[in-house]
Design a protein around this ligand. Structure first.
Ligand code: PA5
Length: 425
């Protein structure tokens, strides 16, 4: 369903890595490596909670005709997966389902004010998401949102429109939800933030947006089955993990994710979190970045083509973007574009990709890996998530890094809490 092509990246002899890949494959599946108590995502497709899954679908059904906008309130792993999914699957200006917007991912007061003005006269649902329940950005935004909801709908009405996704037993948010009688959904103990997009963290917002989450889980399960092999000739996710290690050994310390589809921007934001937060430790790792082409060919394209040779590109190619938009004929040809009349815009986009691959690799000596996905549908999203999860775990373990913690994230918080005068800081 997803393939890796390295014809624009140079030659790779991956065979010598088979032994280490086999060893790490066992470590992942036997849960014996560093961070092994956060490997719940490996079997999640097989043992997720069916009752809770049905509750998510029920909540979405119950609310869909009474809701204009859903505010998803969370940060990092508690919102990036949902945003990636909703934009990838529904596009940027969807005409069906409630609109999904995001809060709790910034301290910016101007942004929060815009959110509050935007939802003021709209029928609103809030889904607050926080595993720890203490993340300051999310907690502050939720305080403002909760006050608004209670003022607008009364305590009882707000209860019907606030959904909490958090730890099953612990934390301030769980206590608050129990006290107020909000419906709760669980973030499993053994699945960390950036690997939680296929739990209620991502699935509930997707369901609220009108996405068929059964299709998402179907893809996640299929990938779980297809990628349960250590064979580098079969498992392209592992080959990708190895090739990025080889590329780094060749001096490429930056990975530029590339998509030719605007609605993949947030997916790449989530990839940046997945790889950056998993791998960037102990002075090691590849720095992930992302661009949309051809848009950013008119900005960063210059650096990629001729700048310092620090980066390789990983292109996420969509085989069938699913749109039949055609360039119309213009009798006067006043813009000189008639040579493209009747051609699909997607065909033009594909030629831009082919031309860019040649420009960047053959002329610019920038290696390009190509990951091809069939479409931007729900099943593909689910499949892709597992594909990148195992690739990320493999590539981090190859570097002797724990892929599942993020100790560095605490440093800014410590300083900030002191400055804010947080008790005990
Ligand atoms: O990947 C991670 O663990 C982080 O990005 C967290 O998801 C993020 O900090 C939010 O944490 P929480 O869900 O506890 O509010």
């Amino acid at each position: 369903m997803i393939t890796l092509n390295d014809r624009f990246a140079g030659s790779f002899d991956v065979a010598p890595y088979q032994e280490i890949v086999t060893k790490i494959h066992r470590m992942i599946h036997d849960k014996t490596g560093a961070g092994n108590d956060f490997l719940g995502w490996v079997d999640w497709a097989l043992n997720y909670d069916e009752e809770e899954f049905a509750r998510m679908i029920d909540a979405a059904e119950r609310l869909k005709d009474r809701t204009d906008v859903v505010v998803v309130c969370g940060i990092g792993g508690s919102y990036l997966g949902a945003r990636a999914a909703i934009e990838m699957i529904k596009g940027l200006y969807p005409s069906t389902g409630p609109e999904i917007i995001f809060a709790g991912n910034t301290f910016s007061g101007t942004y929060m004010k815009q959110v509050m003005d935007y939802i003021k006269d709209k029928r609103t649902v809030v889904n607050v998401i926080s595993k720890s329940g203490t993340t300051t950005e999310t907690a502050l935004a939720f305080r403002i949102l909760r006050a608004h909801m209670e003022e607008k709908y009364g305590k009882e009405g707000a209860r019907e429109r606030i959904l909490c996704t958090t730890d099953k037993a612990r934390g301030v948010l769980k206590e608050l939800a129990d006290r107020e009688g909000y419906e709760t959904f669980v973030i499993p103990d053994d699945i960390g933030g950036r690997y939680s997009g296929l739990t209620a963290v991502g699935l509930l917002p997707m369901a609220l947006a009108g996405i068929n989450i059964r299709e998402v889980m179907k893809g996640f399960l299929k990938a779980n089955h297809d990628l349960n092999t250590d064979d580098l000739k079969v498992n392209d996710a592992y080959r990708y993990a190895v090739e990025r290690r080889i590329l780094q050994a060749r001096g490429y310390d930056v990975e530029m994710y590339v998509s030719y589809e605007m609605q993949m921007r947030s997916y790449m934001e989530w990839l940046k979190q997945l790889f950056g937060e998993s791998e960037g430790k102990e002075g090691k790792g590849i720095l992930p970045d992302s661009v949309i082409f051809s848009t950013d060919l008119h900005s960063l394209g210059q650096f990629i083509q001729e700048g310092k040779k620090v980066l390789f590109e990983t292109v996420i190619e969509v085989k069938d973007p699913g749109c039949a938009m055609v360039v119309p004929e213009d009798a006067e040809n006043s813009d000189g574009m008639n040579y493209l009349s009747g051609k699909k815009l997607d065909w033009v986009n594909a030629q831009a990709m082919e031309g860019t691959l040649k420009a960047h690799y053959e002329t610019g000596s920038v290696p390009n890996l190509i990951i091809t996905i069939p479409d931007m549908k729900a099943e593909t999203f689910g499949y892709m998530c597992y594909w990148f999860f195992v690739a990320c775990a493999m590539t981090c373990y190859m570097l002797d890094i724990n892929p599942f913690n993020q100790p560095g994230v605490e440093v800014y918080k410590k300083n900030m809490f002191k400055l804010l005068g947080k008790p005990g800081a």
